[in-house]
Write a protein that binds this ligand. Structure first.
Ligand code: NOJ
Ligand code: CA
Length: 551
């Protein structure tokens, strides 16, 4: 691991893992830290630079660990603190960094803090947000609209309402209380001391609430994260904070602060749905328009780009018209919808079309930002829409055609959730072992494209982006450039072949060299440069100057 690379996160490929879903080392049906450690060689083989662990802290698991009942303890099925330490050490040995979820906004109602707080005379009462009415903060939206009717829930013991932005069993902490602010810093210290490389901070916009606002991204919330950043910089230099702030571009960008005083990274929620909208409409405009709104950002910061994650594909920050396009194109059954989103994995979302899966990854790896992969999407895993909540996209990782997809040797009925046996996505064919033996598989293709992205990580990771304007909206072409090096990326967003002429006159006499294969294409001349692309195809070209170059 290169500890001199202060901006490591700008060059990294991230991979998101729920501990329970990856590998079960003791055959009790639940994945664990020892299992994760055993699979590190796989992640290294794939080219992953940093793992993002979903919450692994003690929890009653009513929101898959985002409902924490002890921040200093590991969920027993996942292992022990020693197992965690061993995992981090073994990851670091392989040059892989580890970040973890940090749930600041709320705790489980089973947390002793909340249990104590229910007594209005206890010192912990003020650690939560109470009210005698359920009318305060009425401009705050409800997030889990399918389950919650209000952000307030009556507590018969306290005889007051308590505030919660998510499930009613997840009371919000009161960040106006200095003890809360300090305690959560201690949580951060506890885990960073154990060697973590940073945090994915959950539900960032919601820490503070103020009457007359929508209670999102308030100045007080930014101020707290600035405090946290300054503590982290001082005590744990080199570690990062990544914001989960599902907001419109201006509000999302604000989390970078001045570039040095708030978050290092933020998820690019504005971009994610618009890649799918662009595909549905066969029109590059949604992507181009949104990227123009989310750049530039400070040099020391980067977007975390992603196609899918462990939640529903959220459609909160799109227009009504855009949401309709998404539902029309991607929802084939009412069970595929959840809240304001679509609960599907990547492959089933796009009808398992291999060209489209590759095109989407090509966009992920060539647009500005550091890519985040979701476990299992590298083998085009399927989902199970008949499991409740978001559990359908959290099924056991498919390692081999063996029992339980090679995830666990337990009896199948003991698994925390069933493996995917749908005929299209059945684990007997869709698994790591089978795909690694097949040179044309998605897994091997992805490994190769990760290698190419890393080879050009200066240009593709840090370069600026310039869009090439031309009348055929189905073709999305742009130039990435960094310190005199340029790459041309051309994408066909359409289900049909296209022919296109691009004005590349500023590169007259330069030679495009296809980046994956190093095959030289004809030199660029004064006339428009002519391309044909098959359905959903893409090209990445390294542009080589007439004098030749060495990169
Ligand atoms: C966002 C997480 O990604 C989601 O899984 C969780 O339910 C909510 N935050 C509440 O913590
Ligand atoms: Ca286990």
């Amino acid at each position: 691991m290169d500890s001199t690379n202060r901006l490591w996160y700008r060059d990294a490929i991230f991979y998101e893992i729920p501990v329970k879903s990856f590998y079960d080392s003791n055959n009790d049906g639940v994945g664990d830290f020892k299992g994760l450690t055993q699979k590190l060689d796989y992640l290294a083989w794939l080219g992953i630079d940093c793992v993002w662990l979903l919450p692994f802290y003690k929890s009653p698991m009513r929101d898959d660990g985002y409902d924490i009942s002890d921040y200093y303890f590991i969920q027993p099925e996942y292992g022990t603190l020693d197992d965690f330490d061993e995992f981090v050490e073994q990851a670091h040995r392989r040059g892989i960094r580890v970040i973890a979820d940090l749930v600041l906004n709320h705790v489980s109602d089973q947390h002793p803090w909340f249990q104590e707080a229910r007594n209005p005379n206890s010192p912990k009462h003020d650690w939560f947000v109470w009210s005698d009415t359920d009318k305060k903060y009425s401009q705050a939206r409800i997030i889990f609209v399918d389950t919650e009717k209000s952000n307030w829930t009556w507590d018969p013991i306290a005889k007051q309402y308590y505030w919660h932005r998510f499930y009613s069993h997840q009371p919000d902490l009161n960040y106006d209380n200095p003890e809360v602010r300090e305690e959560m810093k201690n949580v951060v210290r506890f885990w960073l001391k154990r060697g973590l490389d940073g945090f994915r901070c959950d539900a960032v916009p919601f820490l503070f609430e103020r009457e007359g606002t929508n209670c999102e991204s308030l100045p007080e919330t930014h101020a707290y994260f600035k405090e946290l950043r300054s503590m982290v910089d001082k005590e744990f230099p080199g570690t990062i904070l990544l914001a989960e702030a599902n907001q419109w571009p201006t509000e999302a960008k604000a989390y970078f602060g001045n570039g040095n005083d708030e978050f290092h990274m933020a998820f690019n929620f504005p971009l994610m749905p618009r890649m799918f909208i662009a595909l549905a409409k066969e029109d590059r405009t949604p992507i181009v328009d949104i990227i123009k709104q989310v750049i530039p950002i400070p040099e020391n910061c980067d977007w975390g780009t992603f196609l899918r994650n462990h939640d529903e594909l959220t459609l909160e920050m799109v227009t009504d018209e855009e949401r309709d396009v998404m539902y029309h194109e991607y929802v084939k059954h009412p069970k595929m919808r959840l809240n304001l989103g679509i609960r599907r994995r990547l492959a089933p979302l796009i009808d398992d079309d291999q060209n489209t899966i590759r095109l989407l990854h090509a966009l992920l790896f060539s647009l500005p930002g550091s890519p985040f992969l979701y476990y299992g999407d590298e083998i085009a895993m399927g989902d199970n829409i008949y499991l409740g909540d978001r559990n359908g996209v959290r099924t056991p990782m498919q390692w081999s055609p063996d029992r339980n997809a090679g995830f666990s040797k337990c009896d199948p009925e003991q698994l925390y959730t069933p493996v995917i046996t749908n005929p299209i996505y059945h684990y007997e064919s869709r698994n790591v072992e089978t795909q690694s033996r097949l040179s044309s598989s998605l897994l091997n293709w992805l490994k190769e494209i990760i290698r190419v992205r890393k080879k050009y990580s200066d240009v593709l990771g840090r370069g600026e982006i310039r869009f090439i304007d031309h009348p055929n909206l189905k073709v999305f072409a742009f130039i990435r450039s960094y310190k005199g090096k340029s790459m041309l990326c051309v994408n066909n967003l359409s289900k049909k072949p296209v022919a296109v002429e691009l004005d590349l006159r500023e590169y007259v006499e330069w030679t495009p060299i296809e980046a994956q294969t190093s095959v030289p294409f004809p030199k660029i001349g004064r006339l428009p440069y002519f391309f044909t692309l098959s359905p959903h195809a893409f090209f990445w070209f390294k542009l080589t100057s007439p004098t030749g170059d060495t990169w």
